[in-house]
Design a protein. Sequence first.
Length: 170
Amino acid sequence: MKFNLILMLDRIFFISCSGRVTIDSWEASRFRQVVCDPAKAMVICVMMLMMSSCLKPQPVLDGIDVESWKKDKNGCGTTRTQSLHQIQQQKEKLLALTELDIVAILGNPDRNELGKRNEKFYYYFLEPSRYCRQGSVKDKATRLAIRFNAMGLAKEVRVEMEYQDDTVEH
């Protein structure tokens, strides 16, 4: 889909630069013939620019080495522990982001849950948890909890202690 869109934009750019042109379709099953004039091509380009300008840029978490964060799985290292204060100050930046945006910024969650009404919860441990195999491990570790609504948007971001009734998965 993305590749087709890029090819179509390339064709539109070619058409708008060369005047009125008739192009045989590069994908005969979908398009038989594309006839376009520069005015139509310009309108399409302006509409594409307007739609792309509505996209929200991903936030940057200041003072957090995101690559080290992603490598510190289950908080077994010290990277996430050192980032605790910065996360508490900047957790509002994560609100209203999609699941894919959160994964792009923080990496895959250490644990996730499916709640009522298709709510999802992502958990990132901020200190060594019981899922670590070496070092000092805590029974109740501090974690970053992100709650997503049914639309896949982050509705709640909080730093909490791991609940006692969570089960260990092997």
